[in-house]
Design a protein around this ligand. Sequence first.
Ligand code: HEM
Length: 284
Amino acid sequence: MFPWALRHLPGPHQEIFRHQEAMKGFIRHEIIRHKLKASEAPKDFINCYLAQITKASDDPISTFNEENLIQVVIDLFLGGTDTTATTLHWALIYMVHHRNVQERVQQELDAVLGSAQAVCYEDRERLPYTRAVLHEVQRVSSVVAVGAVRQCVTPTTLHSYYVPKGTIILPNLASVLYDPECWENPRQFNPGHFLDKDENFVVNEAFLPFSAGHRMCPGDQLARMELFLMFATLLRTFSFQLPEGSPGLRLEYVFGGTLQPQPQKICALPRLSSPSPDLTEEGL
Ligand code: HEM
């Protein structure tokens, strides 16, 4: 109710504020570095935002300023780090759990990419099974099960429900990703949810892990690209399995903002047919 009061109360939460200040200091430093190199053409987000601050300097109601730039950079890191890493964790766990799916992805990667050195994002068009598997990982793991808290800005009627202005809204994204009317076997891990009868990749409009509308995740394209490149590269290079003596996989999630897998060990064994030259056991 009084979030500002936390800053003045002693306790372990003060650690969070110390980390926050350290992070802000790091970003401030980056902004100065960018300003010193200002003559070059804008290359990244900080460059573009700084240009926007200059452009809007005569606008008294502009929100473009350096304090906001620092906060936006923090938001991008907060929004984009844990979500993507957690999805990849789940992807590896599901590959260990469904060995046949892992092998089929590897067969497709080998057949389509051959000895090409690196995977690129355009390759996804030629890798329908790999793409379907990754979509199914995102659907079943439902990493952001409940979207960001929003507030209704205008009176609205949705499916005959009246939503008054000011209503606090918590979108239950997991309910869409597990909707029995949209998915054949919502509780089962089945890449077939994203394949047609000819094994072509198909979009399903209930696939909304990034939410929908004006405030949907602004990092969705980046996340899709990162996930595809990392997943395909990992599966091309390694086979994943349980270590000897393992008590088995633990598939129940832990709630930590996102739905995270429990800490557990899995082995990455270099594949003999791996195209990457340095991934011998000594190179790892
Ligand atoms: C698997 C990866 C990701 C998932 C599942 C995910 C999911 C989401 C969801 C569900 C929301 C709430 C949208 C809403 O309220 O309608 C959101 C917001 C957000 N995401 Fe992501 N996200 C991912 C990756 C990223 C990445 C890579 C970035 C940035 C580099 C990012 C930055 C943000 C930011 C800044 C917001 C808040 C947007 C706002 O308040 O308007 N996300 N994300």
